[in-house]
Design a protein around this ligand. Structure first.
Ligand code: ATP
Ligand code: MG
Length: 348
């Protein structure tokens, strides 16, 4: 069956890294008879320039019709001065929420070849392979009401709201358990149930979902403790499932354990495992157009797409192996460069 993939290179280094990811995808397509068909469009600043908006309706329609979306990165100084509603990042938030991509998967894997680039000691991180499952379309980033106001006494005050409904928690918990089932059957749910009502419901619903996954060893951890444990002994974790804000913070923290953000892919999935795949890093305007950006996070995003949306495990494994072989050969872009290695550009 033909698989339609919408490619959105975006801004900054986006087009450069995407060109390399598309090469990897085309090679996998030939070798493993994947029957993929690629379509290209704009998102973010590129879309603003082309369509006058950061996400055009026709692009959104193409994304809906596609089986998967592969995204580079969006944003850059060129669009800093346009009105907030038309900024590149708005296009990204809109496509995520319109496609209902509530399940954000962010692996933090330490490649042994890059062990010296980690912020932690080699014995603490060697073999590190964590998957953070972050709820992406609910919680405090979207909760209403939110307001900034002036109190009667003249003081400024602001507040946000952190709502989670049972169904929102249940669907992300299921993603966490499903991932645990295909990995090492160990899941840690992270919350702040000692303080927050939303977290108490979170914990309750996760426990309910756990009944359908008796093989998975479930634990709960408060987010502050989790932050500490991630830098103390990160290898105790396998899959972590958590809410939108906690996941935002913890996944950035975990990414640094692996050395470079230029190595980390991500997936955002809807209820049918249809997804959008993108590197964890941004558009890196400081190095855009120079041909020096690390394309591996985007190439690894292709691998995640083949694994999670298309169930093409062999092709996904092959791409990951290829990345590892490149590192074995001592080839490094600037962000992961170290002594004794050879510095190469994006395309090489
Ligand atoms: P965003 O808000 O879109 O996440 P950001 O401001 O957080 O963007 P990035 O664009 O991710 O930041 O860049 C952060 C730093 O990491 C920059 O110095 C950038 O050059 C570097 N960087 C990001 N991605 C890569 C990459 N693929 N290869 C090399 N360096 C990168
Ligand atoms: Mg960032």
């Amino acid at each position: 069956m033909v698989k339609h993939i919408l490619i959105l290179p975006g801004d900054g280094i986006g087009p450069e890294i995407m060109a390399e990811a598309v090469k990897a995808l085309k090679i996998a397509n030939e070798k493993y008879s994947l029957e993929v068909e690629l379509e290209f469009d704009d998102l973010g600043g590129a879309a603003y320039d082309h369509y006058g908006v950061p996400l055009a309706d026709e692009t959104l329609a193409r994304a809906r019709a596609a089986d998967a979306v592969l995204l580079g990165a969006v944003g850059g100084p060129k669009w800093d001065t346009i009105e907030p509603a038309l900024r590149p990042e708005r296009g990204l938030l809109k496509i995520r929420s319109q496609l209902e991509l509530f399940g954000n998967l962010r692996p933090a894997i330490l490649y042994p070849q890059l062990a010296s680039a980690s912020t932690l000691k080699p014995d603490v991180v060697s073999g590190l392979d964590i998957l953070i499952v972050r709820e992406l379309t609910g919680g405090i980033y979207f909760g209403q009401p939110r307001e900034r106001r002036t109190l009667d006494n003249g003081e400024r005050q602001a507040y946000d709201t952190l709502p989670y409904s049972e169904s929102e928690i249940r669907r992300i918990a299921k993603v966490g358990f499903d991932m645990a089932m295909v990995r090492n059957r160990k899941l840690c749910s992270v919350d702040k149930a000692n303080v927050l009502a939303s977290s108490q419901l979170w914990r309750e619903v996760v426990e309910e979902v756990a009944r359908d996954y008796p093989e998975v060893e479930l634990s709960h951890m408060y987010v502050d403790n989790c932050a500490m444990q991630l830098v103390r002994a990160p290898k105790q974790f396998d899959v972590i499932v958590t809410d939108n804000m906690f996941g935002d913070i913890l996944s950035d923290q975990a990414s640094m354990l692996t050395g470079s953000i230029g190595m980390l892919p991500s997936a955002s999935l809807d209820r049918n495992n249809k997804g959008m795949y993108e590197p964890c890093h941004g558009s890196a305007p400081d190095i855009a157009g120079q041909g020096v950006a690390n394309p591996l996070a985007t190439i690894l995003s292709v691998s995640m797409m083949l694994r999670y949306t298309f169930n093409q495990v062999q092709a996904a494994d092959a791409i990951e192996k290829a990345v590892s072989l490149v590192l074995d050969q001592g080839l490094r872009t600037g962000d992961i460069m170290s002594d004794g290695c050879r510095r190469v550009g994006t395309a090489e």
